[in-house]
Design a binder for this molecule. Structure first.
Ligand SMILES: [Fe+2]
Length: 144
């Protein structure tokens, strides 16, 4: 995967704090170049993968919101809105950044993260590139 940041990755859908899905799911990255403050470090809200009463309520509210918004959309568009943002337009992300762990990595690192936790691709400078090999593991929790 090659992420090229044209205009400070303003239109990057991964730039806002989000959870990939409502259950534990894992992603791994192998960095093909350094990840740093120039091309977008990994930002992760510590312990946000944990299940607690507040998170259960948030997931419930999100599921209702999703069911209304997804009603008349194509399957492709439903998938796009399925990953939930902490704030609709990312305006609160600066507040969350204060609590987040910012992770920079050297080339050839193996990173493994539970993307049920809230995370985002960090801010990047214009005309920078972040290259990775992405491995995503997601199993349907309801399959028998
Ligand atoms: Fe994600």
């Amino acid at each position: 995967m090659r992420v090229q940041n044209f205009k400070d990755n303003k239109h990057d859908a991964q730039k806002f704090y989000h959870t990939d899905t409502f259950f534990n799911t894992f992603k791994a990255w192998i960095t093909m170049n350094d990840w740093n403050d120039n091309n977008g470090p990994l930002m992760y809200l510590k312990n946000s993968h944990l299940l607690n009463f507040k998170r259960i309520i948030l997931e419930y509210i999100n599921s209702i919101d999703y069911s209304f918004r997804a009603k008349n959309l194509s399957k492709k568009k439903r998938n796009i809105i399925a990953s939930w943002r902490l704030s609709k337009n990312g305006k609160k992300d600066k507040v969350y950044d204060k609590e987040a762990i910012k992770m920079n990595f050297k080339e050839n690192c193996f990173i493994f993260a539970n993307t049920h936790g809230f995370h985002r691709r960090g801010n990047a400078k214009e005309n920078t590139i972040r290259e990775t090999i992405l491995i995503s593991v997601r199993e349907n929790p309801f399959s028998i």
